[in-house]
Design a protein around this ligand. Structure first.
Ligand code: 1CP
Length: 373
């Protein structure tokens, strides 16, 4: 049966719209902040849930996914300005027909990855999001209710190139040599795979918004492994389709939903700052890793997009006083009045101290209020 279409009227009113205002380019009284992997193994309350349940069991059970999504929102009440639904980018390859396991201490593992283009025949030709990924939609709707308007909720997907890389490598990899071999040995078949992933990702993002997601992020975590010309051929054309097609589809459903802000995180892709912020690429927000200087990023993106990021996650190992000083520098470089969302340059690490994350969040709040007053 079709999944219902939800709009703002179906949910508790939003009490904190700071991040939505920044996404629209409006000026704000303080800098909004959220953190990639804010739900995860650095939190003892998450490890407790994980001790009882397998990773993908949590993803597939809406009340467990909701529970862990809310853990950082409860713990850091008033300090986080967005939540992100607990799930994984690899639910898409699963829905396309590949098995994915989450191995303790090793991360994701595909027992039967795509070895050569004959294996493309193993992928489902039509993925029915409302059936195969219904559990994510249910988790989003439930979480939006339980958030009770405290902060907006992000939905997300992996970018086509990053998902292709996992589907071929079969897990994490240092060199991505198998996936990159496809690009040079079988460029046309690679494009076929990228297009098939893009089609699923577009449908999935549209469905997440209809289920209640208020912002969307596309994670191209492996963009930085590509040469600039390979990025231009094998990543950018697919990244570009996503906001165009998602907005067109949402406009047909309900014009209010079509303005949902979209973030692109092309990790490591310095060379793509200009191309990803060009006017024909319709992301509202670019998330930056820590190897990019904020002033440089501002200049190279021409003030056209909101920037998000970008402290090195290792900063959270520092004494709290150092965290505070580094935050002050970061805020000054990005500018605090408009077009900036604080985050880290990548996700939380499992051995981070939750109290040091608190120091980071408090510093962003206090320093940005000071700079804006
Ligand atoms: O056993 C565990 O609990 C595993 C740890 C873990 C967690 C907490 C994994 C395995 N995924 C997640 C959740 C997750 N993954 C979220 C949840 C929401 C939140 O941020 O709070 C999100 C947004 C992701 C996205 C994700 N998964 C990305 C993109 C972001 C990034 O980190 O670059 C990637 C690359 C993955 C794949 C993945 N899943 C898990 C791991 C350890 C990895 C990376 C593996 C590798 O090294 O390649």
């Amino acid at each position: 049966k079709p999944y219902p279409v939800y709009t703002d009227q179906d949910f508790p009113p939003l009490k904190n719209d700071l991040i939505l205002r920044v996404a629209r380019g409006e000026s704000v009284e303080r800098v909004p902040v959220w953190i990639m992997r804010q739900a995860g193994r650095y939190l003892p309350e998450f490890r407790e849930v994980r001790a009882q349940h397998d990773f993908f069991t949590i993803c597939r059970n809406p009340s467990l996914a909701c529970l862990v999504t809310l853990q950082p929102i409860d713990r850091y009440a008033g300090l986080l300005d967005a939540s992100i639904i607990f799930s994984d980018i690899l639910v898409v390859p699963q829905a396309m027909g590949l098995e994915v396991q989450m191995l303790e201490k090793k991360g994701p593992h595909f027992p039967d990855p795509l070895v050569d283009p004959t294996h493309l025949a193993r992928l489902k030709t039509k993925v029915d999001i409302e059936t195969d990924l219904r559990y994510v939609l249910e988790a989003i709707t439930l979480t939006r209710q339980k958030l009770d308007g405290r902060v907006p909720l992000f939905g997300f997907v992996g970018a086509p190139w990053t998902l292709m890389a996992y589907m071929i490598e079969g897990g994490g990899s240092k060199t991505l040599s198998k996936a990159k071999a496809w690009l040079v040995k079988w460029p046309e078949e690679s494009k076929d795979l990228l297009q098939r992933i893009t089609d699923v990702v577009v449908d999935f993002l549209v469905a997440q918004v209809k289920a209640g997601a208020q912002l969307l992020q596309v994670f191209d975590s492996w963009a930085g492994e590509l040469s600039p010309s390979h990025f231009a051929t094998f990543s950018l054309p697919y990244l570009k389709q996503i906001p165009l097609r998602v907005r067109a589809a949402l406009r047909d459903v309900n014009p209010d939903l079509a303005s949902t802000p979209m973030v692109v995180f092309a990790r490591g892709a310095h060379y793509a700052l200009e191309s990803l912020s060009s006017p024909n690429i319709e992301y509202d927000i670019m998330s930056l890793d820590w190897t990019i200087d904020p002033v440089d990023a501002r200049r190279r993106t021409g003030g056209r997009v909101t920037l998000q990021g970008n402290a090195d996650p290792s900063l959270l190992y520092a004494p709290k006083e150092t965290i505070k000083q580094e935050v002050a520098t970061m805020l000054e470089k990005f500018g605090t009045k408009e077009r900036y969302i604080a985050n880290l340059g990548h996700g939380m690490y499992p051995d981070h101290d939750p109290e040091h994350l608190r120091a980071y969040l408090e510093a962003i709040r206090d320093e940005s209020i000071k700079l804006n007053s």
